[in-house]
Design a protein around this ligand. Sequence first.
Ligand code: GLY
Length: 424
Amino acid sequence: MKILVVGGGGREHALTWKIAQSPLVEGIWCAPGNAGMAAVAECVNIGAEDTGELARFAEEKRIDLTVVGPEAPLVAGIADLFQDRGLAVFGPTREAAQMEGSKDFAKQLMLEAGVPTGRAEVFTDYEAAEACILNRSAPYVVKADGLAAGKGVVIAQDDRAAYAALKACFQDRSFGSAGEKVLIEEFLEGQEVSIICFVDGEDILPMAPAQDYKRVGDGDTGPNTGGMGSYSPVPVLSTEGYHRCVEEILRPTARALAARGIHFKGILYAGIILTAGGPKVLEYNVRFGDPETQAVLPRLESDIVEAMLAVVEGRLAGASLKWSDDPCVTVVVASGGYPASYAKGYPIGGLEEAGALNGVTVFHAGTRPGEGGEILTDGGRVLNISALGADFAAARDRAYEAAGKIDFEGIYYRRDIALRTLEG
Ligand code: GLY
């Protein structure tokens, strides 16, 4: 089979690396890819949002399956476009992708399905939203309805911060049309767990759970980022707790979508808070999590292409996944200054030494090839170092030993990824 992977971050490198292990696969192309993906696939210079050009390329190369990494092309309708042109694609249609493209849509569907989630009110103007804040107490969760490149959710610790978040949406229009509707949501207290799930209509096949780290600094301090690390499995989630998440959250959600006549095909990712009152959904996404995928896929012993084909061909009901018992820890290596401004274009040293360590895989997130054959930094998050180990202590030690071998100007990474798994 010929596979096209759309995207160029750490998640897409992990997907490409796993797809390349499938005996079904004879060639992989990535658009646009990165310097790491170029080692296992051919990178083509087409942006992930250039859906027309991607379809043209898939036709020209006779691609058998296109796997879409990021949410933006899915919400824009890449799956509809590919299906209309007779091209097989792994990812939901535009209508189904509203589960991530509209927080209001997802919230209404969860209420309909009886899925536990935080209470929320929806507003389309500043004054009404401001009145809501006056009648409630902090903390508030203020969410832009649409896609806002990970910046649309603010946890406001006081009224002033909540007004500022509302002003950014309604008055400054910082998120354009994505901020024309805003949800003010109950703050959910507890540890977060991510479950990435293959879905084909009412049939679901959940993957092993993972946890990510959103804040830039050790001890969960500083601003939010695209993710500074992750690990899988999640010791704080018991087998029974996982079962509850599947049966009380993922399955009823898939059924509610089907009841609305929406046939979801692809990945549904539930961000779940383990509250004192049970698991509650924080958000849904319609693609693999980043950087959770980088910690989950090294543990997957089954062929991921088989699972994707089962979704595309409507035979997910009989499919299963086999997992390694070994935990995996992923440390995100970032550019100094991220998530604010940072410089790019620095040569990266130590990639081979890090990747040669037992159990370690170095996924590239923001890299590009330099003219002299060297690999250069090309983003805020540069590398994702994933390490398997017999237990979390061993996996952490390996991931940090590998991170210690990487060298570039301004290198930064958190030192406490997966530390809580050792604290009992
Ligand atoms: N790790 C959060 C996300 O992928 O959206």
